[in-house]
Design a protein around this ligand. Structure first.
Ligand code: ZN
Length: 364
């Protein structure tokens, strides 16, 4: 858009637009494009967002390592590192995060400006205060992790549940560009389905909306990380599926890739386990779909590896259990929206005008 177009759209005076644009150019938030000569002489200079002008860091916490990425404002990856930690105590994870941030900051050039760091993990997060209220997987309770990391690295830090950050990345730069209401289903170490409704992520009162992996599948089932018995994810998380196959085949040292290979080679036990998982996850997902009525379901997490061995029965199950035609299920095979999703926590602070506006209102 040119300055004149912006004045027309916003209703601001051309002088005011010129003033604001000049500030945004100085701060490297905007770029001037090239003008082309038209029939009536010089055309107005187009302005675009300068995505490369600022950088963000995204960190995703896994069971024994941090996956860390340096991105520009459009979450385009610039560099990445993996840093392992000895145990999941907040202190050990903090040390690993400080190392990761130091390494990624070295990659950035002097003229780059950092807007902040997004850190994601599986858990119940109080987003406003940056506190991990509870993470069963990592055994954290009321940890002010955003503040702890901020004090060490002197850059703003935002904390979020990893599946919600995955959904936010898709909301801004993935499927969300075409679909305003969708579910972001993760089938990995756990199972969860973050909800984006009319272009906004829905956290719920406790930050627990969409944690469908803790829907109880069988009250007499195995102990879940949440302390209850028989949750969906104790049966059908990626590690649970691999473990069941390993036991039945009496194998050692196998992973999900080996299980996929076996299924491809016709291993009937592997195929049957994945079929049952697809059917049962689909059955519970159908309840979620009836409640939220999404346009699409995007799926991420380790289980995407299983491809149609898992997704064909899952789609078939949705056909049985959904009220009307089920939404399209799209497996996200790129797997890079997890760490870059963490970076979105930082970049979206700049673009979340709705939030900025409501804060202005609250202050006045
Ligand atoms: Zn549970």
């Amino acid at each position: 858009m040119s300055r004149a177009d912006i004045a027309t759209v916003t209703g601001l005076s051309p002088a005011a637009v010129t003033f604001v644009v000049s500030d945004l150019l100085d701060e490297q938030f905007l770029l001037e494009g090239n003008t082309t000569k038209g029939g009536n002489g010089r055309r107005p200079i187009p302005l675009t967002i300068n995505y490369a002008g600022h950088l963000a860091i995204g960190i995703k916490m896994n069971v024994d390592h941090l996956e860390c990425i340096l991105t520009d404002l459009s979450i385009k990856p610039i560099s990445s590192v993996v840093v392992e930690f000895a145990n999941t105590s907040p202190e050990a994870v903090l040390d690993a995060a400080v190392i990761a941030v130091g390494r990624l900051q070295k990659v950035a050039e002097a003229h780059h400006r950092f807007i902040g760091i997004g850190f994601t993990m599986a858990g119940t997060i109080d987003v406003k205060s940056g506190i991990c209220v509870r993470s069963h997987r990592f055994n954290w309770k009321n940890v002010s992790f955003a503040k702890m990391l901020e004090e060490k690295v002197k850059v703003p830090v935002w904390l979020e549940d990893d599946t919600i950050a995955f959904a936010m990345a898709h909301h801004l730069f993935g499927v969300g560009r075409q679909h305003k209401t969708f579910g972001a289903l993760a089938i990995g170490e756990g199972i969860g389905c973050a909800i984006v409704i009319e272009g906004g992520v829905h956290h719920g009162i406790n930050g627990e909306a969409g944690k469908i992996g803790h829907i109880i599948h069988d009250l007499n089932g195995e102990l879940c990380e949440c302390g209850r018995h028989g949750c969906l994810q104790t049966y059908f998380s990626a590690p649970s599926l691999v473990e069941r196959w390993r036991k039945q085949r009496q194998l050692t040292n196998v992973d999900r890739f080996a299980m996929k290979e076996a299924a491809l080679a016709g291993d009937d036990i592997a195929i049957q386990i994945l079929q049952e998982a697809g059917h049962q996850i689909g059955k519970h997902l159908a309840s979620f779909i009836i409640v939220t009525d999404p346009e699409v379901i995007i799926v991420g997490g380790e289980s995407v590896t299983f491809g149609d061995f898992l997704f064909a029965p899952l789609r078939a199950s949705l056909e049985i259990y959904c009220l009307s035609k089920p939404p399209i299920v799209i497996p996200d095979e790129r797997d890079d929206f997890w760490s870059s999703g963490a970076a979105v926590l930082a970049t979206q602070q700049l673009f979340n005008f709705e939030l900025l506006f409501s804060e202005d209102q609250a202050q006045s």
